[in-house]
Design a protein around this ligand. Sequence first.
Ligand SMILES: C[S@@+](CC[C@H](N)C(=O)[O-])C[C@H]1O[C@@H](n2cnc3c(N)ncnc32)[C@H](O)[C@@H]1O
Length: 344
Amino acid sequence: MNLAFLISGDYPELARAEIEYLLSVLNPKVLGRVLVYRCYQSKLIERLALTREVVKVYALCSFYEVEERLKELADYLLLTFSGKCCVRVKYFSPASLEYFRNSAVNSKKCSLFLSGEERKELERSLGAVLWRKGLKISVSSPDTVVRVYVFPDSSALVGLLLHRQNTKQFSERHPEKRPYFRPGVMLPKLCRALVNISTARGSFLDPMCGTGGFVIEASLSGLNAAGVDLYPEVVRGCKANTEVFSPEAHVICGDATNLPFKSCVFDGVATDFPYYQSSRSLFSRETLHEKVAEEVYRVLKPGRRAVFVTNVDAEFSPLKITDVYRIRVHGNLTRRVYVLEKQV
Ligand SMILES: C[S@@+](CC[C@H](N)C(=O)[O-])C[C@H]1O[C@@H](n2cnc3c(N)ncnc32)[C@H](O)[C@@H]1O
C-alpha cells in the first residue's frame, strides 16, 4: 500500500531518515512536508516521533478531481465500513514546500490559495459528497477520517487517516518534568527518533545513558532497553526517571569502554557522547570515541546499527558511517548525528 507521512517541521531530514530506517519503505515521493512511500508493513508507524500523521493513500490527483476520487472512495467505504466518517482538508502553503528542495510539488505553478474559511467550506461540500453516496457523517466523533491534502500547485492527495500522533506524550516526559534533571539533555521527541533510526527491534542499549532520555523512549517503544552510566549518582538519578516512565528498563553502573554485556546481543544502540561542557568522563574525547566505538561494535549483532551523537566531527571505526546529520542547537553547539553499521 502507499502511505503518506506528514512530517513535523522541526527536523525534516531526520524525520525522513526515521521513516526510511524504521519501516521497509520504497519509492519515495516528496510533496513538501508530505512524504509518500510504498510500504509493506505499517505496524511500526506508531513508534515514529517526527511524523504527525500517516494516511493510507487512495489517490494522488489534481485538486479539481478530488470530488470524483471521493465518490470512488465512498463506493469502497460502503463495501467495507459501517461507521461514521468525515472529511478533513489540510492546505499546504508555498512556504511549506521549502522543507525539501526536490519536492514533486511544482513550486513554479503555485497559484492555488485556500483561506481558512474556504478550507472549512471545502470540508463541508466534500462531506456532502460522501453523505449523498449513503455514508454516515459525524464531524465531532468520526470512526474514520477521510484526509485530503491540497497543495498550492493545485495537486491533491486523498486517503484515509491511519494514525495521528499524540503530541502531548513528549511534553509529559520533558526533561524538566522528570525527577532527575541535568541541563543540556536532548528532548524526548529527538531521543525517540534516534532510537528509531538505530532500527532496534528487540534489544536496545545506551552505553552512556545520563538521565535516561534514550532508554525511556526505547522502553516505551516496546524494546528491551538497557542503559549504562559511569557515575553512581547519575545511575541513581536515571533509575528515578525510569521508575516513573519506563519501569521495565534496566539501568546499570558501568563503563562504556568495557561494557558488562556478552558480544553480539543488541539489535540497536543510540548514545549521546559527553560534550566536555557540562558532562564529565574519565577519558579524553578522542579516546572515548575510539574505545566506545570498539565496545559498541562488540556488543551489537552483525548487520545492526548504532546512532552516535557528538558535538565534533569524528570517526568511529570499526563501525561504518552510513549517514551524518547536523542539528544546530545554538552558536556554540551543532550536534552531529552519526548513523553507523556493524557490517556483516
Ligand atoms: C551527554 S550525557 C548523556 C545524556 C543522556 N542522553 C540523557 O538523556 O541524559 C553523557 C553521559 O555519558 C556519561 N559518561 C561519560 N563517560 C562515560 C563512560 N566511560 N562510561 C559510561 N558513561 C559515561 C556521563 O556521565 C553522562 O551522563
